[in-house]
Design a protein around this ligand. Structure first.
Ligand code: NAD
Length: 276
């Protein structure tokens, strides 16, 4: 496929565009991930809490694609934070996926009030040393959480997966990540498909390029340097979202989209989110 690879800070290569499966029921995940793999996706983003690691694993097994050609991300759920519980949760995820290793393991949320993310990350370092994960990282970490992690552990996270789309462009976080060699991965890259894809500036750029608004937003992410993981269960959209490597936005388009920033979250604020 034409998806570029991003080199992570430990040398592991990650496709810049992957397939997200949040809110895809386990019994639908096999078909959706299967369609994604057939369409050329080679990176899948799941999580223990999504409840679809089994369906995801079945699709990977059924695809016939060599394991080393697929980049699999899963995440540690909040309730499992802590050193020993992290190791147990990882075993469960790996068994559900039916895999011998995952490419990227992420701490799903920092839960700063629980104060367990450093211990959880030390378990991640053990999994990395044991070769059961190829890279380790975090999700929804604010720069202050990253500072602490970097100060108290040995492996700089390879990735921080954060909410990022034209209405929430995360300039400070992206700068912090760049300074520390952390790749920025955008969750809800399409703003969950609500509103953002009808914004007149985006619709106008789509018409100019004879593309869809979703494709325009994905190009903006790619040209900005983000890793993206759009989600869809609709086969035509799954294909549309990866069909973005034969055109590019010009500087005027990029500037028009950059002007849409409102620092507006759809999801929770990581400083206070504490659901387990
Ligand atoms: P998204 O921004 O990818 O939007 C998905 C929705 O947009 C779809 O359900 C559909 O309604 C619409 N859509 C998709 N393709 C379209 C197209 N071509 N045209 C029109 N509409 C289209 O939202 P998301 O699922 O929230 O985020 C993507 C992935 O990010 C998730 O599946 C998950 O893997 C990850 N994620 C991670 C976290 C986290 O806390 N780490 C949180 C949310 C999501």
């Amino acid at each position: 496929s034409k998806v570029p690879l991003i080199k992570l800070n430990n040398g592991v290569e990650m496709p810049q565009l992957g397939f997200g499966v949040w809110q895809v029921p386990d019994d639908e995940a096999e078909r959706a991930v299967g369609t994604a793999l057939e369409s050329g996706y080679r990176s899948i983003d799941t999580a223990a809490i999504y409840g679809n690691e089994e369906g995801t694993g079945k699709a990977i097994a059924a695809s016939g694609i060599p394991r080393e050609d697929i980049f699999v991300t899963t995440k540690l759920w909040n309730a499992d934070q802590g050193y020993d519980s992290t190791l147990r949760a990882f075993d469960t995820s790996l068994a559900k996926l039916g895999l011998e290793y995952v490419d990227l393991y992420l701490i799903h949320w920092p839960l700063p009030a629980k104060d367990k993310y450093v211990d959880s990350y030390k378990a991640f370092e053990k999994l990395l040393a044991d070769g059961r994960v190829k890279a380790i990282g975090v999700s929804n970490f604010l720069p202050e959480h990253l500072e602490r992690l970097i100060g108290e552990t040995s492996v700089v996270p390879a990735v921080n997966q954060i909410e990022l789309h034209p209405h929430l462009q995360q300039h400070a976080a992206r700068e912090f990540h760049a300074r520390h060699g952390i790749a920025t991965e955008a969750w809800s890259p399409l703003g969950q498909g609500k509103g953002l894809l009808e914004v007149p500036a985006i619709v106008a750029i789509a018409q100019k390029h004879n593309r869809t608004p979703a494709q325009i937003v994905l190009r903006w992410h790619l040209q900005t340097g983000n890793v993206v993981i759009p989600k869809s269960v609709t086969p035509s959209r799954i294909r549309e979202n990866i069909d973005v490597f034969d055109f590019s936005l010009d500087t005027e388009d990029l500037a028009a989209i950059s002007a849409l920033n409102e620092d507006r979250r759809i999801g929770p604020n990581p400083a206070t989110f504490d659901v387990v």
